[in-house]
Design a protein around this ligand. Structure first.
Ligand code: ADP
Length: 487
Protein backbone atom coordinates (compact mmCIF):
# COMPACT_ATOMS: atom_id res chain seq x y z
CA UNK A 1 0.00 0.00 0.00
CA UNK A 2 1.14 3.57 -0.70
CA UNK A 3 2.31 5.50 2.36
CA UNK A 4 -0.39 6.69 4.76
CA UNK A 5 -1.35 10.35 4.58
CA UNK A 6 -1.81 12.93 7.31
CA UNK A 7 -5.14 14.63 6.66
CA UNK A 8 -6.75 17.42 8.68
CA UNK A 9 -10.46 18.00 8.10
CA UNK A 10 -11.41 21.55 9.02
CA UNK A 11 -15.10 22.35 9.01
CA UNK A 12 -17.91 24.32 10.58
CA UNK A 13 -19.95 21.16 11.23
CA UNK A 14 -19.29 17.59 12.29
CA UNK A 15 -22.02 15.13 13.28
CA UNK A 16 -22.93 14.25 15.93
CA UNK A 17 -21.36 17.28 17.66
CA UNK A 18 -22.61 20.12 15.47
CA UNK A 19 -24.85 19.63 12.47
CA UNK A 20 -27.07 21.85 10.36
CA UNK A 21 -27.18 19.64 7.27
CA UNK A 22 -25.37 17.15 5.09
CA UNK A 23 -21.96 18.81 5.50
CA UNK A 24 -22.01 17.74 9.15
CA UNK A 25 -22.87 14.17 8.19
CA UNK A 26 -19.97 14.00 5.73
CA UNK A 27 -17.40 15.39 8.16
CA UNK A 28 -18.68 12.99 10.84
CA UNK A 29 -18.34 9.92 8.63
CA UNK A 30 -15.74 10.22 5.85
CA UNK A 31 -12.78 10.54 8.27
CA UNK A 32 -13.68 7.15 9.77
CA UNK A 33 -13.58 5.50 6.34
CA UNK A 34 -10.21 7.13 5.59
CA UNK A 35 -8.89 5.99 8.95
CA UNK A 36 -9.95 2.45 8.05
CA UNK A 37 -7.74 2.78 4.95
CA UNK A 38 -4.79 3.43 7.25
CA UNK A 39 -4.51 7.24 7.12
CA UNK A 40 -3.81 9.56 10.05
CA UNK A 41 -7.03 11.61 9.88
CA UNK A 42 -8.05 14.28 12.36
CA UNK A 43 -10.85 16.83 12.49
CA UNK A 44 -10.98 20.45 13.67
CA UNK A 45 -14.25 22.27 14.37
CA UNK A 46 -15.24 25.20 16.59
CA UNK A 47 -16.14 24.56 20.21
CA UNK A 48 -19.78 25.71 19.97
CA UNK A 49 -21.44 25.79 23.38
CA UNK A 50 -24.17 23.52 22.00
CA UNK A 51 -21.72 20.62 21.68
CA UNK A 52 -22.31 17.85 24.15
CA UNK A 53 -19.25 15.63 24.36
CA UNK A 54 -16.75 14.29 26.85
CA UNK A 55 -13.58 16.15 26.10
CA UNK A 56 -10.01 16.44 27.29
CA UNK A 57 -8.74 20.00 27.72
CA UNK A 58 -5.28 20.61 26.34
CA UNK A 59 -3.24 22.62 28.77
CA UNK A 60 -1.54 25.12 26.52
CA UNK A 61 -3.77 27.60 24.69
CA UNK A 62 -2.95 28.82 21.18
CA UNK A 63 -2.45 32.44 20.17
CA UNK A 64 -3.99 32.92 16.73
CA UNK A 65 -3.12 36.19 14.96
CA UNK A 66 -6.45 37.81 14.18
CA UNK A 67 -8.11 41.24 14.47
CA UNK A 68 -4.77 42.99 14.73
CA UNK A 69 -3.92 41.10 17.89
CA UNK A 70 -3.67 37.52 19.08
CA UNK A 71 -6.81 35.60 19.93
CA UNK A 72 -6.17 33.13 22.70
CA UNK A 73 -8.00 29.91 21.96
CA UNK A 74 -8.24 26.72 23.96
CA UNK A 75 -8.14 23.25 22.47
CA UNK A 76 -10.36 20.41 23.58
CA UNK A 77 -10.16 16.92 22.21
CA UNK A 78 -12.70 14.17 21.72
CA UNK A 79 -13.24 11.31 19.21
CA UNK A 80 -15.73 10.55 16.50
CA UNK A 81 -18.11 7.98 18.02
CA UNK A 82 -17.14 4.34 17.47
CA UNK A 83 -13.73 5.31 16.11
CA UNK A 84 -10.37 6.60 17.19
CA UNK A 85 -10.47 9.65 14.91
CA UNK A 86 -9.47 12.66 17.04
CA UNK A 87 -11.74 15.68 16.90
CA UNK A 88 -10.22 18.95 18.11
CA UNK A 89 -12.53 21.70 19.26
CA UNK A 90 -11.27 25.25 18.91
CA UNK A 91 -12.47 27.07 21.98
CA UNK A 92 -13.06 30.80 21.97
CA UNK A 93 -16.07 31.59 24.07
CA UNK A 94 -16.87 34.97 22.53
CA UNK A 95 -16.70 33.75 18.94
CA UNK A 96 -18.26 30.31 19.22
CA UNK A 97 -20.18 30.10 22.51
CA UNK A 98 -23.42 31.51 21.13
CA UNK A 99 -25.92 28.68 20.84
CA UNK A 100 -25.74 28.53 17.05
CA UNK A 101 -23.42 27.52 14.23
CA UNK A 102 -23.91 30.23 11.59
CA UNK A 103 -26.66 32.66 12.55
CA UNK A 104 -29.12 33.03 15.43
CA UNK A 105 -32.74 32.00 14.68
CA UNK A 106 -34.27 34.65 12.40
CA UNK A 107 -31.14 36.77 12.83
CA UNK A 108 -27.73 37.44 11.40
CA UNK A 109 -24.28 37.12 12.90
CA UNK A 110 -22.24 40.14 11.73
CA UNK A 111 -18.80 38.72 12.50
CA UNK A 112 -18.85 35.40 10.63
CA UNK A 113 -15.83 36.44 8.57
CA UNK A 114 -13.73 36.68 11.70
CA UNK A 115 -15.30 33.61 13.31
CA UNK A 116 -14.56 31.31 10.41
CA UNK A 117 -11.22 32.87 9.46
CA UNK A 118 -10.17 32.23 13.05
CA UNK A 119 -11.13 28.59 12.54
CA UNK A 120 -9.24 28.49 9.23
CA UNK A 121 -6.11 30.12 10.57
CA UNK A 122 -6.49 28.02 13.71
CA UNK A 123 -5.89 24.91 11.57
CA UNK A 124 -2.26 25.95 11.11
CA UNK A 125 -1.89 26.83 14.76
CA UNK A 126 -3.29 23.44 15.71
CA UNK A 127 -0.59 21.88 13.54
CA UNK A 128 2.07 23.83 15.47
CA UNK A 129 0.41 22.98 18.77
CA UNK A 130 0.47 19.24 17.94
CA UNK A 131 3.79 19.44 16.08
CA UNK A 132 1.99 17.70 13.26
CA UNK A 133 2.17 18.95 9.69
CA UNK A 134 -0.69 17.58 7.59
CA UNK A 135 -0.07 16.48 4.01
CA UNK A 136 -3.54 17.74 3.18
CA UNK A 137 -5.96 20.25 4.65
CA UNK A 138 -9.46 19.17 3.63
CA UNK A 139 -11.71 22.25 3.66
CA UNK A 140 -15.48 22.36 3.33
CA UNK A 141 -17.55 25.15 1.77
CA UNK A 142 -17.01 28.86 2.41
CA UNK A 143 -16.43 28.63 6.20
CA UNK A 144 -13.00 27.03 5.67
CA UNK A 145 -12.29 28.26 2.14
CA UNK A 146 -9.77 30.71 3.66
CA UNK A 147 -7.35 27.86 4.39
CA UNK A 148 -5.96 27.78 0.82
CA UNK A 149 -5.66 31.59 1.05
CA UNK A 150 -3.59 31.48 4.23
CA UNK A 151 -1.58 28.55 2.84
CA UNK A 152 -0.64 30.57 -0.24
CA UNK A 153 0.22 33.78 1.61
CA UNK A 154 0.97 34.03 5.33
CA UNK A 155 1.83 30.33 5.68
CA UNK A 156 3.64 29.98 2.38
CA UNK A 157 7.13 30.01 3.86
CA UNK A 158 6.32 27.95 6.93
CA UNK A 159 6.40 24.14 7.17
CA UNK A 160 2.69 24.25 6.27
CA UNK A 161 3.35 25.95 2.94
CA UNK A 162 3.97 22.55 1.35
CA UNK A 163 0.65 21.07 2.48
CA UNK A 164 -1.98 20.56 -0.21
CA UNK A 165 -5.47 21.97 0.17
CA UNK A 166 -8.63 20.24 -1.04
CA UNK A 167 -11.82 22.28 -1.08
CA UNK A 168 -15.09 20.36 -1.19
CA UNK A 169 -18.17 22.15 -2.48
CA UNK A 170 -21.24 20.96 -0.61
CA UNK A 171 -23.34 23.91 -1.71
CA UNK A 172 -22.40 26.63 -4.17
CA UNK A 173 -25.30 28.85 -3.14
CA UNK A 174 -23.51 29.98 0.02
CA UNK A 175 -20.31 31.83 -0.81
CA UNK A 176 -19.17 33.66 2.33
CA UNK A 177 -19.46 37.24 1.06
CA UNK A 178 -18.46 40.06 3.41
CA UNK A 179 -17.73 43.76 3.36
CA UNK A 180 -14.16 44.48 2.30
CA UNK A 181 -13.84 46.78 5.30
CA UNK A 182 -13.60 43.65 7.42
CA UNK A 183 -10.70 42.17 5.48
CA UNK A 184 -7.91 43.60 7.72
CA UNK A 185 -9.45 41.77 10.69
CA UNK A 186 -8.51 38.46 9.05
CA UNK A 187 -4.86 39.43 8.34
CA UNK A 188 -5.33 38.15 4.78
CA UNK A 189 -3.23 40.47 2.58
CA UNK A 190 -4.79 42.99 0.19
CA UNK A 191 -2.79 41.34 -2.59
CA UNK A 192 -5.53 38.68 -2.60
CA UNK A 193 -8.17 41.30 -3.27
CA UNK A 194 -8.25 40.91 -7.06
CA UNK A 195 -10.73 39.52 -9.55
CA UNK A 196 -8.71 36.30 -9.70
CA UNK A 197 -8.69 36.14 -5.90
CA UNK A 198 -11.23 37.06 -3.27
CA UNK A 199 -12.73 40.19 -4.83
CA UNK A 200 -16.32 39.76 -5.87
CA UNK A 201 -18.57 42.73 -6.75
CA UNK A 202 -16.61 45.08 -4.51
CA UNK A 203 -16.73 42.68 -1.56
CA UNK A 204 -14.76 39.77 -0.13
CA UNK A 205 -15.84 36.33 -1.40
CA UNK A 206 -14.22 33.54 0.56
CA UNK A 207 -15.51 30.70 -1.59
CA UNK A 208 -14.38 32.41 -4.75
CA UNK A 209 -10.87 32.88 -3.32
CA UNK A 210 -10.77 29.29 -2.13
CA UNK A 211 -11.74 28.05 -5.59
CA UNK A 212 -8.85 29.93 -7.14
CA UNK A 213 -6.31 28.93 -4.52
CA UNK A 214 -7.10 25.32 -3.47
CA UNK A 215 -4.79 22.62 -4.84
CA UNK A 216 -7.85 20.64 -5.88
CA UNK A 217 -11.62 21.01 -5.74
CA UNK A 218 -14.27 18.38 -5.29
CA UNK A 219 -18.06 18.53 -5.54
CA UNK A 220 -20.28 16.09 -3.68
CA UNK A 221 -21.67 14.27 -6.71
CA UNK A 222 -20.53 13.81 -10.32
CA UNK A 223 -23.62 15.52 -11.67
CA UNK A 224 -23.18 18.49 -9.32
CA UNK A 225 -19.56 18.79 -10.49
CA UNK A 226 -21.00 19.38 -13.97
CA UNK A 227 -23.84 21.61 -12.81
CA UNK A 228 -21.60 24.11 -10.99
CA UNK A 229 -19.89 24.78 -14.31
CA UNK A 230 -23.14 26.18 -15.70
CA UNK A 231 -24.89 29.50 -15.23
CA UNK A 232 -27.77 27.85 -13.46
CA UNK A 233 -25.66 25.91 -10.96
CA UNK A 234 -22.62 28.16 -10.57
CA UNK A 235 -24.31 31.05 -8.74
CA UNK A 236 -22.01 33.51 -10.49
CA UNK A 237 -18.84 31.47 -9.91
CA UNK A 238 -19.18 29.20 -12.95
CA UNK A 239 -16.33 30.99 -14.74
CA UNK A 240 -14.02 30.28 -11.77
CA UNK A 241 -15.11 26.65 -11.67
CA UNK A 242 -14.52 26.32 -15.40
CA UNK A 243 -11.11 27.97 -15.05
CA UNK A 244 -10.26 25.30 -12.46
CA UNK A 245 -12.13 22.57 -14.36
CA UNK A 246 -9.03 20.40 -14.73
CA UNK A 247 -8.67 20.26 -10.96
CA UNK A 248 -12.32 19.51 -10.20
CA UNK A 249 -13.62 16.04 -9.36
CA UNK A 250 -17.13 14.89 -8.40
CA UNK A 251 -17.10 12.34 -5.58
CA UNK A 252 -20.44 11.00 -4.47
CA UNK A 253 -21.22 11.25 -0.78
CA UNK A 254 -21.68 8.04 1.15
CA UNK A 255 -23.63 7.48 4.35
CA UNK A 256 -22.60 6.45 7.83
CA UNK A 257 -24.06 2.96 7.55
CA UNK A 258 -23.57 2.25 11.24
CA UNK A 259 -25.64 5.24 12.28
CA UNK A 260 -28.23 4.72 9.56
CA UNK A 261 -28.97 1.02 9.73
CA UNK A 262 -32.55 -0.25 10.19
CA UNK A 263 -31.14 -3.41 11.85
CA UNK A 264 -29.58 -1.52 14.73
CA UNK A 265 -30.88 2.09 14.67
CA UNK A 266 -31.27 3.08 18.32
CA UNK A 267 -33.95 5.65 17.52
CA UNK A 268 -36.50 3.27 16.01
CA UNK A 269 -38.83 0.90 17.82
CA UNK A 270 -38.74 -2.07 15.44
CA UNK A 271 -35.60 -3.24 13.71
CA UNK A 272 -35.73 -4.86 10.29
CA UNK A 273 -33.60 -5.62 7.28
CA UNK A 274 -33.97 -6.64 3.67
CA UNK A 275 -35.12 -10.14 4.69
CA UNK A 276 -37.77 -8.84 7.07
CA UNK A 277 -39.21 -5.81 5.29
CA UNK A 278 -42.69 -6.78 6.46
CA UNK A 279 -41.60 -5.71 9.97
CA UNK A 280 -41.24 -2.13 8.73
CA UNK A 281 -44.98 -1.58 9.11
CA UNK A 282 -44.57 -1.62 12.90
CA UNK A 283 -42.51 1.54 12.58
CA UNK A 284 -45.23 3.05 10.43
CA UNK A 285 -47.87 2.36 13.05
CA UNK A 286 -45.63 3.70 15.82
CA UNK A 287 -45.05 6.89 13.83
CA UNK A 288 -48.75 7.32 13.10
CA UNK A 289 -49.51 6.97 16.80
CA UNK A 290 -46.71 9.33 17.80
CA UNK A 291 -47.85 12.03 15.37
CA UNK A 292 -51.59 11.50 15.96
CA UNK A 293 -52.28 10.36 12.42
CA UNK A 294 -54.95 7.76 11.68
CA UNK A 295 -53.33 4.39 12.28
CA UNK A 296 -53.89 2.76 8.90
CA UNK A 297 -51.76 0.29 7.01
CA UNK A 298 -53.67 0.80 3.77
CA UNK A 299 -52.80 4.49 3.29
CA UNK A 300 -49.39 5.40 1.87
CA UNK A 301 -47.43 7.58 4.28
CA UNK A 302 -45.33 10.18 2.46
CA UNK A 303 -42.55 11.95 4.38
CA UNK A 304 -40.39 15.04 4.06
CA UNK A 305 -37.31 15.70 6.25
CA UNK A 306 -35.66 18.88 5.10
CA UNK A 307 -34.52 22.40 5.61
CA UNK A 308 -37.49 24.48 4.47
CA UNK A 309 -36.21 26.75 1.75
CA UNK A 310 -36.13 27.45 -1.97
CA UNK A 311 -33.34 24.99 -2.64
CA UNK A 312 -35.38 22.12 -1.27
CA UNK A 313 -38.58 23.06 -3.15
CA UNK A 314 -40.51 22.93 0.11
CA UNK A 315 -42.43 26.07 -0.93
CA UNK A 316 -43.97 23.97 -3.71
CA UNK A 317 -44.84 21.22 -1.22
CA UNK A 318 -46.57 23.79 0.99
CA UNK A 319 -48.57 25.03 -1.98
CA UNK A 320 -49.50 21.49 -3.00
CA UNK A 321 -50.72 20.14 0.34
CA UNK A 322 -54.44 20.38 -0.51
CA UNK A 323 -54.21 18.40 -3.77
CA UNK A 324 -51.71 16.00 -2.17
CA UNK A 325 -54.08 15.12 0.65
CA UNK A 326 -56.87 14.67 -1.93
CA UNK A 327 -54.84 11.74 -3.24
CA UNK A 328 -55.78 9.90 -0.05
CA UNK A 329 -52.24 9.82 1.33
CA UNK A 330 -50.85 10.78 4.70
CA UNK A 331 -48.16 13.46 4.82
CA UNK A 332 -45.50 14.08 7.48
CA UNK A 333 -43.08 17.00 7.29
CA UNK A 334 -40.12 17.55 9.63
CA UNK A 335 -38.18 20.73 9.02
CA UNK A 336 -37.52 24.35 9.75
CA UNK A 337 -36.51 27.42 7.81
CA UNK A 338 -38.59 29.78 5.73
CA UNK A 339 -41.20 31.35 8.09
CA UNK A 340 -43.93 31.44 5.43
CA UNK A 341 -43.54 27.73 4.66
CA UNK A 342 -43.40 26.95 8.38
CA UNK A 343 -46.68 28.83 8.93
CA UNK A 344 -48.46 27.12 6.02
CA UNK A 345 -47.33 23.70 7.20
CA UNK A 346 -48.33 24.42 10.79
CA UNK A 347 -51.80 25.55 9.69
CA UNK A 348 -52.34 22.39 7.66
CA UNK A 349 -51.03 20.32 10.53
CA UNK A 350 -53.66 21.91 12.74
CA UNK A 351 -56.52 21.40 10.34
CA UNK A 352 -55.36 18.31 8.44
CA UNK A 353 -57.01 15.87 10.84
CA UNK A 354 -55.40 12.47 10.89
CA UNK A 355 -53.84 12.94 7.47
CA UNK A 356 -51.13 15.55 7.84
CA UNK A 357 -48.62 16.44 10.52
CA UNK A 358 -45.83 19.02 10.44
CA UNK A 359 -43.10 19.11 13.05
CA UNK A 360 -41.27 22.42 12.91
CA UNK A 361 -37.74 22.14 14.25
CA UNK A 362 -34.59 20.07 14.05
CA UNK A 363 -34.97 16.65 15.66
CA UNK A 364 -32.44 13.96 14.83
CA UNK A 365 -34.20 10.99 16.54
CA UNK A 366 -37.52 11.90 14.91
CA UNK A 367 -35.81 12.07 11.52
CA UNK A 368 -34.79 8.42 11.98
CA UNK A 369 -38.28 7.36 13.04
CA UNK A 370 -39.81 9.11 10.04
CA UNK A 371 -37.28 7.57 7.67
CA UNK A 372 -38.11 4.10 9.03
CA UNK A 373 -41.87 4.58 9.33
CA UNK A 374 -42.80 6.23 6.04
CA UNK A 375 -43.59 4.40 2.80
CA UNK A 376 -42.45 7.12 0.41
CA UNK A 377 -39.98 10.00 0.82
CA UNK A 378 -40.52 13.26 -1.04
CA UNK A 379 -37.64 15.52 -2.13
CA UNK A 380 -38.48 18.00 -4.89
CA UNK A 381 -35.24 20.02 -4.74
CA UNK A 382 -34.63 22.88 -7.18
CA UNK A 383 -30.97 21.90 -6.99
CA UNK A 384 -29.30 19.26 -4.87
CA UNK A 385 -25.52 18.94 -4.63
CA UNK A 386 -25.80 15.38 -3.36
CA UNK A 387 -28.56 14.96 -0.81
CA UNK A 388 -28.29 12.41 1.97
CA UNK A 389 -31.87 11.94 3.07
CA UNK A 390 -32.78 10.09 -0.16
CA UNK A 391 -29.85 7.75 0.55
CA UNK A 392 -31.03 7.16 4.12
CA UNK A 393 -34.56 6.54 2.94
CA UNK A 394 -33.39 4.00 0.31
CA UNK A 395 -31.39 2.21 2.98
CA UNK A 396 -34.61 1.95 5.02
CA UNK A 397 -36.74 0.75 2.10
CA UNK A 398 -38.66 4.04 2.03
CA UNK A 399 -38.80 4.78 -1.68
CA UNK A 400 -37.86 8.34 -2.70
CA UNK A 401 -39.86 10.57 -5.03
CA UNK A 402 -37.33 13.12 -6.26
CA UNK A 403 -36.78 15.84 -8.76
CA UNK A 404 -34.02 14.57 -11.07
CA UNK A 405 -31.35 17.13 -10.24
CA UNK A 406 -27.74 16.85 -9.02
CA UNK A 407 -27.11 14.01 -6.61
CA UNK A 408 -30.77 13.02 -6.63
CA UNK A 409 -30.47 12.07 -10.28
CA UNK A 410 -27.18 10.27 -9.60
CA UNK A 411 -28.47 8.18 -6.69
CA UNK A 412 -32.09 7.28 -7.46
CA UNK A 413 -32.91 4.76 -10.20
CA UNK A 414 -36.17 5.38 -11.98
CA UNK A 415 -39.04 2.89 -11.53
CA UNK A 416 -39.36 1.04 -14.82
CA UNK A 417 -42.97 -0.12 -14.58
CA UNK A 418 -41.89 -3.72 -13.94
CA UNK A 419 -40.56 -3.55 -10.39
CA UNK A 420 -37.06 -2.33 -11.31
CA UNK A 421 -35.57 0.92 -9.94
CA UNK A 422 -35.33 2.40 -6.47
CA UNK A 423 -37.65 5.40 -6.67
CA UNK A 424 -39.67 7.84 -8.72
CA UNK A 425 -38.11 10.78 -10.57
CA UNK A 426 -39.68 13.83 -12.14
CA UNK A 427 -38.19 16.83 -13.88
CA UNK A 428 -40.52 19.79 -13.87
CA UNK A 429 -40.86 21.56 -10.51
CA UNK A 430 -44.47 22.70 -10.25
CA UNK A 431 -47.43 21.90 -8.03
CA UNK A 432 -48.93 19.95 -10.87
CA UNK A 433 -45.97 17.72 -11.60
CA UNK A 434 -45.29 17.23 -7.88
CA UNK A 435 -48.85 16.06 -7.32
CA UNK A 436 -48.81 13.86 -10.43
CA UNK A 437 -45.57 12.22 -9.30
CA UNK A 438 -46.96 11.48 -5.85
CA UNK A 439 -50.15 10.16 -7.50
CA UNK A 440 -48.00 7.88 -9.66
CA UNK A 441 -45.94 6.56 -6.73
CA UNK A 442 -48.98 6.15 -4.46
CA UNK A 443 -50.77 4.31 -7.28
CA UNK A 444 -47.92 1.84 -7.65
CA UNK A 445 -47.85 1.46 -3.85
CA UNK A 446 -51.55 0.58 -3.79
CA UNK A 447 -51.84 -1.53 -6.92
CA UNK A 448 -48.43 -3.14 -7.37
CA UNK A 449 -47.16 -4.09 -3.89
CA UNK A 450 -44.91 -6.72 -5.47
CA UNK A 451 -43.16 -3.97 -7.44
CA UNK A 452 -42.74 -1.90 -4.31
CA UNK A 453 -41.26 -4.90 -2.53
CA UNK A 454 -38.72 -5.59 -5.24
CA UNK A 455 -37.73 -1.90 -5.32
CA UNK A 456 -37.33 -1.92 -1.55
CA UNK A 457 -35.10 -4.97 -1.78
CA UNK A 458 -33.03 -3.37 -4.49
CA UNK A 459 -32.63 -0.09 -2.61
CA UNK A 460 -31.84 -1.74 0.73
CA UNK A 461 -29.17 -3.92 -0.89
CA UNK A 462 -27.41 -0.95 -2.48
CA UNK A 463 -23.92 -0.27 -1.14
CA UNK A 464 -24.00 3.29 0.11
CA UNK A 465 -21.23 3.29 2.72
CA UNK A 466 -18.20 5.51 2.44
CA UNK A 467 -15.68 2.82 1.45
CA UNK A 468 -15.85 3.41 -2.33
CA UNK A 469 -15.82 7.21 -2.12
CA UNK A 470 -13.07 7.21 0.51
CA UNK A 471 -10.80 5.55 -2.07
CA UNK A 472 -11.67 8.26 -4.56
CA UNK A 473 -10.78 10.94 -2.00
CA UNK A 474 -7.51 9.09 -1.42
CA UNK A 475 -6.73 9.61 -5.13
CA UNK A 476 -7.75 13.25 -4.91
CA UNK A 477 -5.42 13.79 -1.94
CA UNK A 478 -2.48 12.24 -3.80
CA UNK A 479 -3.16 14.31 -6.92
CA UNK A 480 -3.46 17.44 -4.82
CA UNK A 481 -0.09 16.74 -3.20
CA UNK A 482 1.49 16.27 -6.63
CA UNK A 483 -0.03 19.55 -7.82
CA UNK A 484 1.17 21.34 -4.69
CA UNK A 485 4.67 20.10 -5.29
CA UNK A 486 4.45 21.28 -8.87
CA UNK A 487 4.55 17.89 -10.47
P1 ADP B 1 -28.63 19.68 3.16
O1 ADP B 1 -27.24 19.48 3.61
O2 ADP B 1 -28.75 20.47 1.90
O3 ADP B 1 -29.55 20.20 4.22
P2 ADP B 1 -28.75 16.75 2.94
O4 ADP B 1 -29.83 15.83 2.48
O5 ADP B 1 -27.40 16.55 2.33
O6 ADP B 1 -29.26 18.25 2.75
O7 ADP B 1 -28.54 16.58 4.50
C1 ADP B 1 -29.48 17.00 5.44
C2 ADP B 1 -29.16 16.34 6.76
O8 ADP B 1 -29.83 17.08 7.78
C3 ADP B 1 -29.68 14.93 6.85
O9 ADP B 1 -28.91 14.20 7.78
C4 ADP B 1 -31.10 15.15 7.39
O10 ADP B 1 -31.59 14.00 8.04
C5 ADP B 1 -30.85 16.27 8.36
N1 ADP B 1 -32.02 17.11 8.60
C6 ADP B 1 -32.52 18.07 7.80
N2 ADP B 1 -33.57 18.70 8.40
C7 ADP B 1 -33.72 18.09 9.60
C8 ADP B 1 -34.62 18.27 10.69
N3 ADP B 1 -35.56 19.20 10.66
N4 ADP B 1 -34.46 17.48 11.77
C9 ADP B 1 -33.50 16.53 11.81
N5 ADP B 1 -32.62 16.31 10.82
C10 ADP B 1 -32.73 17.08 9.73
Amino acid sequence: MASPLKILFVASECAPFAKAGGLGDVVGALPKALKALGHDVRVLIPRYDTIKADTIHHQAPMAIPMMGTELWCGVEETRLPRSDVPVYLLDHRELFGRGYIYDPPNGHSPDNLVRFCTLSRGAFWLGRHLQWVPDVFHCHDWPTAAIPLYANTLERDTPFGGAATVLTIHNMAHQGIFSKRQLPLTHLPWSLYTSDGIETHDAVGLLKGGLFHASMITAVSPKYAREIRTREGGFGLEHVVNFRGGDLVGVLNGIDDQLWDPRTDRHIAHHYDVDSISEKVHNKRALQRELHLDVRDDVPLVAVVSRLNDQKGTDVIAEAIGPLLNLGIQLVVLGSGDPHTEATLAAWSHHGGGRMRAWIGFDEPLSHRITAGADLFLMPSRFEPCGLTQLYSQRYGTLPIVRATGGLDDTVEQYDGQGGGTGFKFWDLSVRSLVESVRWAAGVWRKRPEHIRSMQERSMRKRMGWDVSARQYEDVYRWSIERRRGR
